[in-house]
Design a protein. Sequence first.
Length: 201
Amino acid sequence: MIKEGKHDTLEYYNKNAKAYCEQTLVGNLQENYDRFLKHLPANAYILDFGCGSGRDSKYFIDKGYKVKAIDGSEEMCKLASKYINQDVSCMKFEELKDVNTYDAIWACASILHIEKENLSSVLIKMINALKAGGIIYTSFKLGTGYEIKEGKYYNYLTKDEMIQILNQLDKKLKLIDYFETLPSTKRTAKNTVWGNFIIKK
């Protein structure tokens, strides 16, 4: 699944923020929410890591959770801030410096934009940002290699590959849930399968 080409993922989202938000706000991720939230205490502090439109942040806020939302696209942050009625920080993934701060990190279809060679270093930052026993939810298009589509970089991942990465990072990390889903919106090709990972620190 390798397609060569130039890519500037943030530039894509800056130029297409409004259309992207409109298309993603209609997505139904109820199963993903349920399988994630059942691991969290009431009033948990969630980092929405690459929040996009703010759809998921709003769901968590409405359920009574404390949420910090970040995104690398300035235009996306502006729109998401209005949607969730809360400031969204404009920050790249590699700029995460929080330590022992969050009960959970939600990274839905976000860190798949990180180039393969940089994924482990960002995962380490995410793990460091979690409290002991905290969890990460993340999703990747199922497959191997990478693809550049519409100027965006996509890192494909399999369950076995994720387990291998986690074992290399820290033997104590556990993949506590894995499930596959079909696209929640029309943006993604119908034959795409998403691999959903819930990881415990």
